[in-house]
Design a binder for this molecule. Structure first.
Ligand code: ADP
Length: 410
């Protein structure tokens, strides 16, 4: 049973082809800089032994239509998919599902209209996701297509967690509330944590920390997201590569009143020139570490701030949950940065959280426990796989009886 996952951005298309009989990744690829002369199509063919080759198709891609054509041609030439019928379904990543989509859904004209309606909430992402969806339907109309939303996992937040303390009619009129993002990753690692611990997810309380270029923390109670650090947009919460995370909401108005910066300049700075980059000039965590090791104080400060803010959320979510079975680190930073994991969990033994330094330094599995043996709270490092999770959710959605394709069941 082959399933294709497409993540269509404004100038890129990322894709993965899975054979879900064995959860095997067959082909993965990325088309970048669509519309530019320097556009590239790079892909990897993965064999049974888990090895892969890097390839560059060396062609220019003018638009999304051509990009998708290039992907389908490649998959057919390399015999990854000989006929369209071999594809069980296609899963599309969609960033914003608003309050309407609580679960994946088979795409039809109504779903497309609703994703379009969500564009004001995700002006950069939803139009690009839609472009990929519409072009794929045009090229492969016979294959079921499923939308999997980044926001869906967080639709279980209770009202006291998703409302902001702002005028009540802003929710009704402007859809202002906490939505949360990275839901596919938080959900995937939560399921992996349950499997690793040999427990049922709906009996587990977890704090999951997705730390990549974007970063977010989620409190999971009995398998359901009950709070998450990103909000109306992915700007709120933890400090990130280039995003500021939590700030005083008065800060933009203060700067605007100073007359030196426009609203657009402030918004751009908070999204693209803040976070690690804003504090020390680097947004890649490995570069920040190198600078810090070379004695640069700004980089040392950036690292301290980054870890400190995660620790504040750990404390807050611990209090919210009351009992925590496991803390999960994931994302490029969460999976690889032993120093950071140690900082985040330092001096928390009163809460039952303590890391084994040796285990923390030697992670050689996609899922590893790094807590000291005698501690009640498991600390896990789990490799996220958003593409696989989208594929699994898409297959589950298509395999369900048709009446449960309701977008927003009570
Ligand atoms: P994205 O959010 O784009 O998917 P990733 O999850 O790949 O990003 O995370 C990218 C981040 O992970 C970068 O800041 C990168 O420096 C960091 N990272 C990758 N490897 C390491 C490492 N060994 N130590 C610390 N940080 C790392």
């Amino acid at each position: 049973m082959k399933t294709l996952v497409l993540n269509s951005g404004s100038s890129s298309i990322k894709y993965s082809l899975f054979d879900l009989n064995g959860h095997n990744l067959l082909v993965s690829g990325l088309i970048e800089k669509i519309g530019e002369e320097s556009s590239r199509h790079r892909f990897r063919l993965h064999n049974d032994a888990g090895n892969s080759d890097n390839n560059d198709a060396g062609i220019t891609i003018a638009d999304h239509r051509q990009g998708l054509q290039a992907i389908f041609t490649l998959l057919s030439e390399r015999q990854a998919i000989a006929r369209a019928e071999e594809l069980f379904c296609i899963g599309h990543r969609v960033v914003h599902g608003g309050e309407h989509f609580r679960q994946p859904v088979i795409i039809d004209a109504e779903v497309i209209a609703q994703i379009r309606e969500m564009i004001p909430l995700a002006p950069l992402h939803n139009p690009a996701n839609l472009l990929g969806i519409e072009q794929t339907i045009e090229q492969l109309p016979q294959v079921p297509q499923v939308a999997v939303f980044d926001t869906a996992f967080h639709q279980t937040l209770p009202p006291h967690a998703f409302h902001y303390a702002v005028p009540a009619d802003w929710h009704k009129h402007y859809r202002v509330r906490r939505y949360g993002f990275h839901g596919t990753s938080h959900h995937y690692v939560a399921k992996q944590a349950a499997a690793y611990l040999g427990r049922e997810l709906n009996k587990l309380n977890l704090i999951t920390l997705h730390l990549g270029n974007g970063a977010s923390a989620t409190a999971i109670e009995q398998g359901r997201s009950i709070d998450t650090s990103m909000g109306l947009t992915p700007l709120e919460g933890l400090m990130m590569g280039t995003r500021c995370g939590d700030i005083d909401p008065a800060l933009p108005f203060y700067l605007q009143r100073s007359g030196q910066l426009s609203a657009v300049e402030i918004e751009t700075a908070l999204n693209k020139h803040s976070g690690l980059k804003g504090v020390c000039g680097e947004n890649d965590m490995r570069s920040v570490h190198r600078k810090a090791e070379n004695g640069e104080q700004a980089a040392q400060l950036a690292l301290q701030m980054y870890a400190y803010r995660i620790k504040k959320y750990l404390g807050a979510y611990y209090a919210v949950l009351g009992h925590v079975d496991a803390i999960v680190f994931t994302g490029g930073i969460g999976e690889n940065d032993a120093w950071l994991r140690e900082q985040c969990c330092a001096n928390l033994s009163a809460l039952g959280i303590d890391i084994d330094t040796d285990k923390n330094a030697h992670i050689d599995n996609d899922c590893a426990a790094i807590n000291a043996g005698d501690q009640p709270v498991a600390v896990l490092v789990i490799k996220t796989d958003e593409e696989l999770e989208i594929a699994l959710q898409a297959v589950e959605c298509v395999s369900q009886p048709t009446e449960s394709h309701d977008h927003n069941p009570a």
